[in-house]
Design a protein around this ligand. Structure first.
Ligand code: AMP
Length: 874
């Protein structure tokens, strides 16, 4: 048996010395090595004192990489004091260092006859100096860093099994201030092999964040963070100065500020890259480059805007996102004055002339002559008087504008008649003539209506018309603001697939991964999944599918939603990512809204949000609706179930379409006039005679406001649709939800004005909610506990709201509510007693569900307020 413990240690490298090719060691990017004994192939040249102590030996490490090791194993002799000192290590710019030691250590119990002499630790020390002191070495100058013990020691048996128990210990040194330092290892009688020694400091490595580059940064001392200013990457500009903090652990923290890509550039992999040909970006910002709008192109990379195709134009001042269109014709011609032989006409300048208008060409001819002979006149301004006409004759006329680029399109034919011969018209004042005049007027009106219908039909079926001309006819009647895009009804396209491809991006199905089903739509399932477009980050998406066996009409209606959604770009409108129409299943891909629809989300989180959070959600919905109404789009089915909520509680308006939306909505019911309408959410005039406008959307917004403040309660509870229509028509309104701020209840009442022009516009709603957000104290006054709040918008006529004078009246008002029976068990003598009814009282009489309890308590409070403060709209 071999009893020399030192020889056991020496077996170690021999056991492992079969040569295996070395492979590079990769250290974390935030560690900078000052010393790495593993990297040295030759002798390290460290000083060992006394000479029979530490020995430098070649070996292999745990990965069988050749290395230089130091070993000592004087375990049988007392009073060991063996020193090993590294070479001088220059400090560079760092102040704090890490020493990583890898070593093996023999278990003293496994060595016979060493009791009292064998140790299982060694000491780590350092000495700071300004220069390399060569071989000059004095023990007492060194300061101790730590005593190092092994987590794992090994025995002879381990060696027999070839199990190598390598220990790794890391110690901090610093802060240091001199130019360099030495490390020393003091052995006091252990059997130890130092397999590797690495000395490093940490830095925050060069990085790109928020389009700014941050240089390699070395932390200053052990306490504070270093603030570092970033530099904007090429082709970007500072929005807010980019900054980050470098921690002592070499980590970048708290990025602040950012840079934005210049016009013509978009962000790709943290750099600003030129827009590709066919795309453009006209402004500074981190949005993506946009595809050139219809009838425009960009041949070069980095385009700020796209040029119009030949014979297409964009008016001066039009935004770069505007499609190029053919010059628009003169459309509105007005007859100013007619006589026997002349007529004075005026017209409006075309909306989009293809340059400055030089003059107008006016061509006219007798209707009966069918253009076989005609007259042409020129006018510089927008009016003309045509003389020398025949009395009592019908003429047709067309006008076209001329610019430097040539003539624009001709106006549609305009018909006018000259007056009859005065002899006839003046001399005859008899009733017969009056009759003739009236009949002619009626005939003209009928003819005009007929013409109007015919023109209307022609417009709807015209293939060649530009989409901008095909505006929805049920627009909100508001003045369209110049510069704001107008919604184009996809149903006016003869070929609906043209509309979908104009407004929605075609996606390759291979870019979409479907994860799970999250909902059911009328046309198929709604799934969550992921979309990965080339050179874009993967994003979470919702995928609506069109189930197999669909008809052409179903496919058209399904895709109409995408054609509508694709025209919108607003943070509170659900964003369309694209469509899949060229493979099956047909899909509509939108951004994913983690919290699903607003009504179920609120029911799930009953009473869990602060007033400000609820107002924040409502503000988002109002802002989305303002955008839609500015675009001339009337939603018709605004309800909490059609609002989606994302993980940041941002609410977005969804469910777009025309008749199809109402067909799909389980809340929509057939009215006597035909067509389905979600009665509880719809304004009276829209129910009565289908007058859908942004003002009827404002009514629905009031109902959404009520749904939100009551955490997803069903409007008018279990009242039948017929009862709702009747009650609303008679002037009854929903009571304030429990704890509803007075200002918000007043806003609901304003939205539910019978006269639609008195309802607030969405712009006003947004501004009211903004004021509330700025002044949250105003939310503390609740509608149930105070007198009616000051009117925010308009002075409503109280005659509009019937007074509910007596308790019986009120109970009658409640008669259609589901819990009426419960009241038969409650004895009440006055409004006061009833108003004090609590949910506990209701439980006693058998009303156990929270929803009805809340409703009744809230209604009772409203009644109380009514009796104290005058008529209350219920
Ligand atoms: P819809 O056909 O649009 O009414 O969608 C049916 C259901 O699918 C909704 O009630 C939501 O629960 C879910 N859903 C639709 N779109 C999304 C979306 N973008 N993100 C998350 N869930 C959605």
């Amino acid at each position: 048996m071999d009893c020399n413990p030192r020889s056991h240690l020496y077996i170690l490298p021999l056991l492992l010395s079969f040569v295996i090719p070395a492979f590079p060691i990769i250290y974390p990017p935030n560690e900078v090595n000052l010393l790495d004994s593993k990297a040295s192939q030759g002798e390290l040249g460290w000083i060992s004192y006394p000479s029979h102590g530490w020995e430098e030996i070649s070996g292999v490490d745990e990965h069988y990489t050749p290395i230089r090791t130091f070993q000592v194993c004087n375990v049988m002799e007392y009073s060991q004091n063996n020193w090993l000192r590294t070479n001088w290590i220059p400090r560079q710019s760092a102040q704090k260092f890490y020493v990583e030691l890898k070593f093996t250590l023999r278990d003293c119990n496994s060595i016979p006859l060493v009791l009292g002499t064998c140790k299982e630790t060694f000491n780590l020390l350092y000495l700071e100096t300004d220069d390399d002191q060569g071989s000059h070495f004095r023990e007492h100058q060194f300061s101790k860093i730590d005593t190092i013990a092994a987590d794992e020691s090994f025995t002879q048996m381990d060696l027999g099994d070839r199990i190598l128990k390598l220990n790794t210990e890391v110690r901090e040194v610093g802060p240091l201030s001199k130019k360099g330092f030495y490390l020393a290892f003091q052995d006091v009688g252990a059997c130890v092999a130092l397999v590797s020694v690495r000395v490093y400091f940490k830095k925050c490595p060069y990085t790109l964040r928020n389009l700014a580059s941050f240089p390699d940064t070395v932390p200053m001392d052990s306490q504070s963070l270093v603030e570092v200013k970033g530099s904007c990457v090429n082709h970007s500009k500072e929005e807010e100065p980019p900054r980050m903090y470098c921690s002592t652990e070499g980590e970048w923290l708290v990025p602040i500020g950012k840079c934005l890509c210049n016009a013509g550039y978009e962000e790709r992999s943290n750099t600003c890259q030129m827009c590709r040909a066919g795309f453009y970006k006209s402004t500074l910002g981190n949005m993506e480059c946009s595809k050139c709008p219809p009838h425009s192109f960009s041949y070069h990379e980095g385009s700020l805007h796209c040029g119009c195709e030949k014979n297409y134009f964009r008016a001066e001042g039009d935004p770069a996102s505007m499609a190029c269109t053919p010059p628009s014709p003169v459309t509105v011609i007005k007859k100013e004055k007619t006589s026997r032989n002349s007529v004075s006409l005026s017209w409006q300048q075309p909306e989009r002339p293809n340059g400055i208008i030089l003059d107008y060409e006016i061509k006219y001819y007798e209707k009966e002559e069918q253009e076989t002979s005609y007259t042409i006149l020129r006018a510089r301004g927008c009016n003309v008087t045509l003389n020398g006409l025949k009395p009592n004759t019908a003429y047709l006329l067309q006008i076209r504008a001329r610019t430097a680029a040539g003539y624009g399109a001709s106006s549609p034919s305009f018909q006018f008649e000259t007056s009859p011969d005065s002899a006839f018209s003046i001399s005859s004042e008899s009733s017969q003539v009056v009759l003739i005049a009236i009949s002619s007027a009626v005939a003209i009106i009928l003819l005009t209506v007929l013409l109007y219908i015919l023109i209307g039909r022609f417009c709807c079926h015209s293939k060649t018309k530009h989409p901008d001309e095909k505006r929805l006819h049920f627009g909100n009647g508001h003045l369209r603001l110049p510069g704001i895009r107008t919604y184009v009804d996809p149903h006016t396209y003869e070929d609906p697939s043209q509309a979908v491809h104009e407004f929605a991006k075609e996606l390759d199905a291979s870019c979409i991964a479907i994860d799970k089903v999250v909902g059911a739509g009328e046309f198929g399932e709604v799934c969550s999944g992921r979309l990965k477009l080339p050179s874009k980050k993967e994003i979470c998406v919702a995928i609506k599918t069109l189930k197999g066996g669909y008809t052409d009409k179903q496919r058209r209606d399904f895709l109409a939603e995408a054609s509508i959604m694709g025209q919108f770009d607003h943070p509170n409108i659900i964003r369309l990512e694209g469509v899949v129409t060229r493979s099956k299943p047909v899909m509509i891909v939108t951004e994913y809204m983690e919290n699903g629809s607003l009504d179920s989300f609120l029911r799930k989180h009953d009473a869990q949000f602060t007033g400000i959070q609820l107002v924040g959600m409502l503000r988002g919905i109002a802002s989305g609706m303002k955008y839609l109404s500015d675009m001339g789009y009337v939603h018709r089915d605004l309800a909490a179930r059609n609002i989606l909520v994302n993980s940041n509680l941002v609410c977005k308006v969804s469910d777009f379409g025309l008749s199809r939306v109402l067909e799909d909505d389980p809340e929509a019911a057939y009215t006597t006039r035909g067509g389905k309408i979600p009665i509880r959410w719809t304004a009276p005039e829209a129910i009565a005679y289908r007058k859908f406008t942004s003002a009827s959307d404002a009514w629905s917004y009031g109902i959404v406001l009520w749904e939100v403040m009551s955490y997803g309660e069903r409007p008018y509870w279990e009242m039948s649709n017929q009862d709702v229509i009747k009650a609303v028509d008679e002037g009854y309104r929903l009571p304030p939800p429990m704890d509803c701020p007075a200002t918000l209840y007043q806003l609901m009442l304003d939205c539910w004005q019978k006269e639609r022009n008195n309802r607030p516009k969405f712009e006003q709603i947004v501004s009211i909610l903004d004021k509330l957000i700025r002044n949250p104290g105003s939310l503390k006054i609740t509608a149930n506990t105070t007198s009616r709040p000051a009117n925010l918008l308009l002075d409503r006529s109280s005659s509009e709201v019937p007074s509910m004078g007596t308790m019986d009246d009120w109970m009658d008002g409640m008669r259609t509510l589901p819990c009426k029976e419960a009241f038969s068990g409650v004895s009440y003598s006055s409004c006061d007693t009833l108003a004090k009814t609590s949910t506990e009282d209701l439980k006693k009489v058998g009303v156990t569900n929270v929803g009805p309890q809340k409703k009744i308590v809230s209604s009772l409070k409203a009644l109380d307020s009514h009796t104290k403060n005058g008529p209350v709209p219920v």
